[in-house]
Design a protein around this ligand. Structure first.
Ligand code: ZN
Ligand code: FE
Length: 262
């Protein structure tokens, strides 16, 4: 199994998951770069794995379906009517296959109610991968368009309970801005400072910051670290009325802060 990053639109990432001569594409925000990548890799595209219904993640599906009418379009059952062409609906824990590769759907309400991640466990040559769309970003999380802070907190907790070497393939290149915010939440964090330098070096070299790892998110992502004392203190400093022992309340305060952070 190998994974190819396909930049789309302004700052979106789609991904080809390639096994043998077959490929699935995660979140084709547009069709042309996907078709070009499939041709370049010399593979046959058989599936779309949609993390959620937003157009910057599934906008390429209608054109892909015109080129490849037999495509399997995987989406969460709640997105039955919202992901174009959805023909394989999954719920939490359901398995999907690409040749010998098995992925598991993890339902992640929060950004949207039909948000789903696709997790591939570790195999001999690969540490495992999870495709998280707009739920878990490098050092951040998606906005709460449909779900609550409690939904997002539970979703992030599940994703970051995966094995810590799991690679995290996220939906947008927001990493540097997210890290700037992480440093405002945890100004004394050496891990955040080191990650800022690493991300800056990657971007300066024209490279992407994807993938991250579960370990890196546990160490630096303020939305994952809502039980950490420094993150709790930062949240309480913004809103003295919250219960600092409630990770959802801490996430809610941090998320609202981030919405207006520049
Ligand atoms: Zn989205
Ligand atoms: Fe998005």
């Amino acid at each position: 199994m190998r994974i190819v990053v396909v930049p789309c639109l302004e700052d979106n990432y789609a991904y080809l998951v390639i096994e043998g001569d077959r490929a699935a594409v995660v979140d084709p925000g547009e069709a042309a770069p996907i078709l070009a990548a499939v041709a370049r890799e010399g593979v046959t595209l058989t599936s779309v794995w949609a993390t959620h219904h937003h157009p910057d993640h599934v906008g390429g599906v209608p054109e892909l379906l015109r080129a490849l009418p037999d495509l399997e379009i995987v989406a969460h059952e709640r997105d039955r009517a919202r992901v174009p062409g959805a023909n394989k609906l999954v719920g939490d824990g359901d398995a999907i296959a690409l040749g010998d590769v098995r992925a598991t759907a993890i339902h992640n309400p929060g950004h949207t109610m039909g948000a789903v991640s696709y997790w591939i466990g570790a195999a001999d040559a690969h540490p495992g991968a999870v495709f998280t769309g707009d739920t878990l970003f490098a050092a951040g999380c998606g906005r709460l368009f449909e779900g609550t802070a409690a939904d997002m907190q539970a979703s992030l907790a599940r994703l970051t309970s995966l094995p810590e070497t799991t690679e995290v393939y996220f939906g947008h290149e927001y990493t540097e801005a997210n890290l700037k915010f992480a440093a405002a939440v945890e100004p004394d964090s050496a891990a955040v400072a080191a990650r800022i330098a690493a991300a800056r070096a990657l971007r300066a070299a024209g490279r992407t910051t994807t993938p991250s790892t579960v370990a890196a998110e546990r160490a630096t992502n303020p939305f994952v670290r809502t039980a950490d004392e420094a993150v709790r203190a930062a949240a309480v400093a913004r809103d003295a009325g919250i219960d600092r022992a409630d990770p959802s309340a801490v996430l809610g305060v941090i998320r609202t802060w981030k919405n207006s952070f520049r």
